[in-house]
Design a protein around this ligand. Structure first.
Ligand SMILES: Cc1cc2nc3c(=O)[nH]c(=O)nc-3n(C[C@H](O)[C@H](O)[C@H](O)COP(=O)(O)O)c2cc1C
Length: 225
């Protein structure tokens, strides 16, 4: 690999800028990433989050999804409940997620326990998706072997015929095998890249029960970069 060295020149992060609980800062950084994408176009998919799971034997797997859920009880994502990540989480609910915005010299890391999102939350999100994506949820036997691209396209045509687009969210029912997870966080790290690798790492560590906006549930710790 040829070395390309970039001196990280981010704004940094100081304790004085950090609220007493992590939620507002997560929202702020996600909002900053969206605004930057709108303004400069160099943060595509600002909500892309790498999700790490481990199976029953402890073997790790990581993949990128979209963080389409962010409430005071944690960040979350939607997926197929029969996928490889879902079977990892059924065996071992420990999970980690990383949002990374290299052009902003920022990242947020979440670690915790995966909890399935309630069906009413999943349904509301599912109904908000475009028709093609809702049909696609029915089509995909996510993570399982597929013989050919042609088989995928035939399955899509079959589902599109079964659930034609009527312009209403009722036209495609929510599959039982499609849902979501949120991360019940025990740590949330804010990483801000700075010059000469003297980065800021400020980590909220859970000390008690409570949501991401509850100051009594968290203490703040700085870590060596
Ligand atoms: C930018 C991006 C966004 C993605 N968003 C999702 C998503 O929201 N949900 C999902 O299940 N897969 C999403 N995927 C596909 C996953 O990376 C992955 O291929 C899929 O979930 C199967 O993972 P698994 O076999 O480990 O369960 C996305 C991929 C990329 C690159």
């Amino acid at each position: 690999m040829t070395e390309v060295r970039i001196d990280y020149d981010g704004e940094g992060l100081d304790e004085s800028q950090v609220p007493p609980a992590p939620y507002d800062l997560v929202r702020q950084w996600v909002g900053d990433a969206r605004r930057r994408q709108d303004a400069s176009g160099d943060v595509p998919e600002p909500e892309a989050i790498s999700i790490a799971t481990a199976n029953a034997q402890g073997a790790p797997h990581v993949r990128t999804v979209l963080m389409r859920y962010l409430e005071t009880d944690g960040p979350g994502f939607y997926t197929n409940l029969e996928s490889a990540k879902a079977s990892d989480l059924a065996a071992n609910p420990q999970v980690a997620g990383a949002l990374t915005w290299p052009t902003m010299f920022r990242a947020i890391r979440f670690t915790g326990t995966a909890r399935e999102l309630p069906r009413d939350v999943v349904r509301t999100y599912f109904d908000s998706r475009p028709w093609g994506s809702r049909v696609g949820a029915w089509v995909s036997k996510q993570s399982r072997p597929l013989d050919s691209r042609a088989e995928l396209e035939a399955a899509n045509a079959e589902m599109a015929a079964r659930y034609p687009d009527t312009g209403s969210p009722d036209d495609v029912p929510l599959p039982d095998f499609w849902g979501g997870y949120r991360i019940d966080c025990d740590e949330i790290e804010f990483w801000a890249g700075r010059h000469s690798r003297l980065h800021d790492r400020l980590v909220f560590v859970r000390t008690a029960e409570g949501n991401l906006d509850d100051p009594s549930a968290w203490r703040l710790e700085r870590r060596w970069p």
